[in-house]
Design a protein around this ligand. Structure first.
Ligand code: PMP
Length: 368
């Protein structure tokens, strides 16, 4: 008689479960639309040339210096150069919070790890509220990750099915009704799964309600560069929040989970960062210490390889330029695919209006 006899079968993950089904399917015409991974014209994963070059440099360097201590454990917070470069990529190099040393940054196991560490930190050390509001719908794992660290997950209206657009009024009214201090999860760009992002004007309205209600923004940035092809444009919303001041003049605080899975094609290397914008270097230091406690008990310290590659791409001007050109290429092809799909639907005489497919992922921040 097994001691594990009572273990119940869990349902397959709604997204990764599709990949299992896909792999098992024998059809030659199969197409996996489940997991959000970029595919080339040939339906293959794309290894970015800038990333490949950075990897060669990193591997050469590491094999030459194998005996060095930095090939042993990383610090709990990971690669400090990677952390600094990631924060500058998201917030912009001129962000006064970085200059003033009031942003805590740690390397994480991709975006999921950043959300988990951020959630664990909030659950233990954020006194204002234990509620986190996520959009309806959202990436399904938001519910699981935040729920598992003991936060109460609630939803705010986001997608209006009839118009296939943002339910802006519904969103604002749900945020206005949230308890003061509640955490609000916001998709920085390329909202998953709808592709519907607020316009810059709507972001201003969301920020106003966040400040009015004293809510804590937690940005999830899994697609920086993928929405518009431009890294700065896709960071527009989170930069608006990070640079905002509260009515009393104090800096807006917030959290940010960053993933390099999509924009560097480093999916399986699990490269990400969590940052917490505080109001002073003194608070930043204490927050940083608690992020490290949270990481230490979960997985001790993050892996070396992927973060070293990402840091190399961001630090080296030639590789960085090449990466950004490749990003623009990927974003452009995604846009072309949306257009081609709408054209094909029209040619096939599909009933209904499919304009939302091309209007989603609009490049509002480039115009703004
Ligand atoms: N947030 C969102 C909105 C996502 O779509 C994803 C990946 N699908 C993630 C976070 C996390 O991805 P990863 O852990 O691979 O970085």
């Amino acid at each position: 008689q097994s001691y594990f006899e009572g273990v119940q079968q869990a349902p397959p993950d709604s997204i990764l479960g599709i990949t299992e089904g896909f792999l098992a399917d024998k059809s030659p015409n199969k197409l996996n639309l489940g997991v959000g991974a970029y595919r080339t014209e040939e339906g293959k994963p794309l290894v970015l040339s800038a990333v490949l070059k950075a990897q060669r440099i990193v591997v050469d360097d590491r094999s030459r210096n194998k005996a060095r201590a930095r090939d042993e454990y990383q610090p709990i917070g990971g690669n400090a150069q990677f952390c600094a470069l990631s924060a500058a990529l998201a917030y912009g190099p001129d962000f006064d919070g970085l200059r003033d040393g009031r942003v805590a940054v740690v390397q994480t196991l991709s975006g999921t790890g950043a959300l988990a560490v951020g959630g664990a930190f909030l659950a233990r050390h954020y006194a204002a509220s234990k509620q986190v509001f996520v959009p309806n719908p959202t990436w399904g794992n938001h519910h699981g990750v935040f729920g598992s660290v003991g936060l109460t997950v609630k939803t705010y209206r986001y997608y209006h099915a009839a118009t296939r657009a943002l339910d802006y009024e519904g969103m604002l009214s749900d945020l206005r009704a949230a308890e003061p201090g509640a955490v609000v999860l916001l998709h920085a760009c390329a909202h998953n799964p709808t592709g519907v992002d607020p316009t810059p004007d709507q972001w201003r309205g969301i920020l106003a309600v966040v400040q009015e209600r004293g809510l804590m923004p937690f940005f999830d940035s899994a697609y920086q560069g993928f929405a518009s092809g431009d890294l700065d444009a896709d960071a527009g919303a989170l930069r608006m929040f990070a640079s905002a001041r509260r009515r009393d003049g104090s800096p807006q605080e917030m959290l940010l989970a960053q993933s390099f899975a999509k924009n560097m094609g480093l999916y399986g290397e699990r490269v990400g960062a969590l940052s917490v914008v505080t109001q002073s270097p003194e608070v930043r230091k204490r927050v940083d210490s608690q992020l490290k406690v949270a990481i230490r008990v979960m997985y001790s310290n993050p892996p070396i390889h992927g973060a070293a590659i990402a840091a190399m791409v961001m630090a080296n001007p030639a590789l960085s330029a090449e990466w950004q050109a490749e990003l623009a290429g990927m974003a452009g092809r995604i846009k072309d695919m949306r257009r081609a799909l709408v054209d094909a639907l029209a040619a096939a005489g599909a009933p209904g209006n499919w304009d939302h497919i091309t209007s989603q992922g609009a490049q509002a921040w480039l115009a703004a």
